[in-house]
Design a protein around this ligand. Structure first.
Ligand SMILES: Cc1cc2nc3c(=O)[nH]c(=O)nc-3n(C[C@H](O)[C@H](O)[C@H](O)COP(=O)(O)OP(=O)(O)OC[C@H]3O[C@@H](n4cnc5c(N)ncnc54)[C@H](O)[C@@H]3O)c2cc1C
Length: 364
């Protein structure tokens, strides 16, 4: 295969970051090919594994926080349009969230430190007593003394959201190649002329590396003169509880006890996740089950005896460099962008990263 059209942008990686960038670019009439070595949003890629709780990033690095706010503002309309235009339902909802605390000193910290951070970005929040929190969320424990409620927290079904973005890319004339691994690059000095894949070469004008935890490996295929990209994998194990009729209903995203519970429109509640620094080992482990079981018991005791439907794992892409994760030109090259390393908030910022990288590429 040797394919290419003038102006074509090749995006490597069919996770949420690659899909969001592709969707933003095709919406502006750009010519895009997405290359994914497996199927889009497949585990152990992070996007297929994600809990997809989408919360304002109050207190984060200002650049990341602003990208998050841009993404969250765009998301309701984007999901509505994706459903109408592609028929794929991202299962968008706005459940709101609560940060639960069981010690008075944690309540004091939330009220004096965290609440002003939300006010700073114009996000209304509300303080609830333990009694008020339990009245809304009967699955939480009697040890909860207070809760910070964030009404604007959104959620999607992560794999469905990525599939909807990809469907929109193809609907608008973009090309999506699955089961196609990028194995190298053909360069002319600092400029990449073609992306080499398991199915042949793809001619390109510009390249985006959006390979999540694998982005450092893919960037290394460019050669030794391109500085190493410090992104490492972090395994997250997570489970879905399917409460039976009569069990207390969870309606908010709940934070506490070192994790979260995320209710989905189909009634399941995701409880996660572990932070395992074990390289690219996708195993589910007894220690992971122990962590998740304890978390469910401490965070949502009212449903901790309900059936587990599914347990899975994915690799968060962890940016080990300074500043926020990269979403811009790759040093040592003239026409390569890197957009990766968004750790535990990649779903949250994806729609903003997509717009920012499309802005950059449109002006380039
Ligand atoms: C358990 C868990 C829970 C999470 N919960 C949340 C959450 O609630 N909210 C939130 O905002 N974020 C959450 N995250 C983080 C979020 O999922 C990630 O930050 C985000 O999905 C990263 O997307 P990505 O596209 O960069 O990477 P990925 O989704 O990993 O996609 C990278 C893609 O690149 C492909 N690829 C790799 N090498 C090649 C190659 N050589 N050729 C072609 N393709 C290649 C891979 O197959 C993969 O599909 C969670 C992550 C995990 C693991």
């Amino acid at each position: 295969m040797q394919s290419g059209t003038s102006g074509r942008i090749v995006i490597i990686g069919g996770g949420v970051i690659g899909a969001a960038i592709g969707q933003s670019l095709v919406s502006r009439g750009q010519s895009v090919t997405i290359v994914e070595r497996g199927v889009v949003a497949a585990k152990p890629g992070a996007s297929g594994a994600s809990a997809a709780l989408l919360e304002p990033l109050a207190g984060a690095h200002p650049e990341l926080r602003d990208t998050g706010q841009r993404a969250l503002a765009r998301l309701p309309g984007l999901c509505r349009d994706l459903l109408a235009d592609t028929g794929v339902d991202p299962q968008w909802s706005r459940p709101g969230s609560m940060v639960l605390v069981s010690r008075e000193r944690d309540a004091t910290w939330l009220r004096s430190v965290r609440i002003p951070m939300f006010h700073e970005i114009g996000e209304p929040v509300e303080w609830l007593t333990g009694y008020q929190a339990r009245a809304i969320e009967p699955a939480i424990g009697s040890h909860v003394v207070g809760a910070l409620r964030i009404p604007s927290t959104q959620s999607v079904h992560a794999p469905a959201y990525v599939r909807a973005l990809i469907a929109d890319v193809t609907r608008r004339g973009g090309v999506v190649l699955t089961d196609t691994a990028v194995t190298g690059f053909r360069r002319d000095g600092r400029t990449v002329r073609a992306v080499v894949t398991s199915s042949g070469e793809i001619l390109c004008d510009r390249v985006v590396i959006a390979c999540g935890a694998w982005s450092g490996q893919v960037a290394a295929l460019l050669g030794d003169d391109v500085p190493a990209v410090p992104i490492t994998p972090q395994r997250g194990q997570i489970l879905a509880i399917a409460p039976t009729a009569g069990a207390p209903r969870v309606s908010h995203v709940l934070h506490g006890a070192g994790g979260y519970a995320v209710p989905k429109p189909n009634g399941t509640v995701l409880v996660g996740a572990t932070h395992d620094n074990v390289g690219f080992d996708p195993s589910l482990t007894p220690e992971g089950f122990r962590f998740l079981g304890t978390l469910a018991h401490d965070l949502v005791p009212g449903i901790a005896d309900e059936p587990v439907r599914h347990v899975w794992a994915g690799f968060r892409p962890i940016w080990e460099g300074t500043g926020p994760p990269p979403a811009g030109p790759l040093p040592g090259t003239d026409n390569v962008i890197i957009a990766a390393g968004h750790g535990a908030i990649g779903l949250t910022v994806s729609a903003g990263v997509g717009e920012a990288v499309a802005d950059l590429l449109t002006a380039w």
